[in-house]
Write a protein that binds this ligand. Sequence first.
Ligand code: DI6
Ligand code: FE
Length: 411
Amino acid sequence: MTLPSANWQQIFVNVNIATMTQGGTSYAAIEDGAMAVSEGKIVWLGNKENLPEHDASQLTIIDGQGKWLTPGLIDCHTHIVYGGHRANEFEMRLQGASYEDIANNGGGIVSTVKATRSASEDELYVSAYQRLSALHNEGVTSIEIKSGYGLDLDSEIKMLKVANRLSENLPVTVRKTFLGAHALPLEYKDDAEGYIQLVTEQMIPEIARKNLADAVDVFCEGIGFSYAQTERVFQAAKAHNIRVKVHAEQLSDLGGTELAAKYNALSSDHLEFLSTAGVKAMQESGMVAVLLPGAFYFLRETKLPPIDLLRENNVRIAIASDANPGSSPINSIQLMLNMACTLFRLTPTEALAGVTCNAARALGIDDKVGELNVGMDADIAIWDIEQPAQLCYQFGVNPLLALYKQGQKVI
Ligand code: DI6
Ligand code: FE
């Protein structure tokens, strides 16, 4: 329903609008458009000739000078709250060690767990604030942040509280995901079953009670958790009415995606080793394929996710940074747009859908953000570009001119 122009508060004129309406082609663009905002929501958009009569003296008019608007960008898979760094492992990998070798020898995720446990909440907040600021300055207005470097109840809660604090102090919507089943902590080294019991019987119930997570994730992988263990975590999440998602088929094919489909997951993420059966399961369930070109690049992976198959089966594809200290220490959504095209051969319109409408769907917030359409939140980026493909084509000069969060100018 469109609101009478008497109630409008802002209009954007002289703009081209990449609406990114889900399923659209060519950015679902409106050239020579205009858009009206009231109370933080989009209340009208269309061609400028059709702009209804309005009293310009009662409104803030934003002249876009022929530039492009897109939805505020969405990074739907990150691990930005953590202590320390893993530059030493980067050097080891350059000398021939694999990511899996390092994990199997006591490094990898568990080394970040040590640093995260010993960091105070304030220390974690300060470093995560810098990472989120970097993403926000590139146009990000919504983000997913996972726990998973605490691996005991108090440390996992500490991470999720940091995510809450970030959302209070930066104009970014934060969706929080509990990733207790990320790796086996040292104290459960030979007792995966015992750890899964802790996750399912103590951590998930307590995190649900405190309402600290919007979703539950599992690293279903040889160096993570098995299919059967993953299913136990999904059952616990379901019992507490929390949606699930999965890190799956990154280094091998354990069928985690098919399992997640059975549990009505929001998304399956990574997917380099996804089988045809996995693609079909995604198609049937409607879940989103979240591709992570930063991890593919940083681990120098050579096996590509089955992108043509995903396309042919109309599986929605999102793109995210996976920002984390081990496999993607890259806090740039603009670089992900470029890599989605160069490494994964997505078209620029697909890549941009990957950080807008499809990313919103992967977070279950596609009723509010990810598209510029009537009724959606006025999360809007204005870019100094002549055509949207420039957002994917050039990297290193930030073309963001302005950013609005629910109608408020935040950059
Ligand atoms: N897959 C990833 O890409 C991150 N977690 C996961 O399960 C990497 C985590 C790390 O190496 O610290
Ligand atoms: Fe990840």
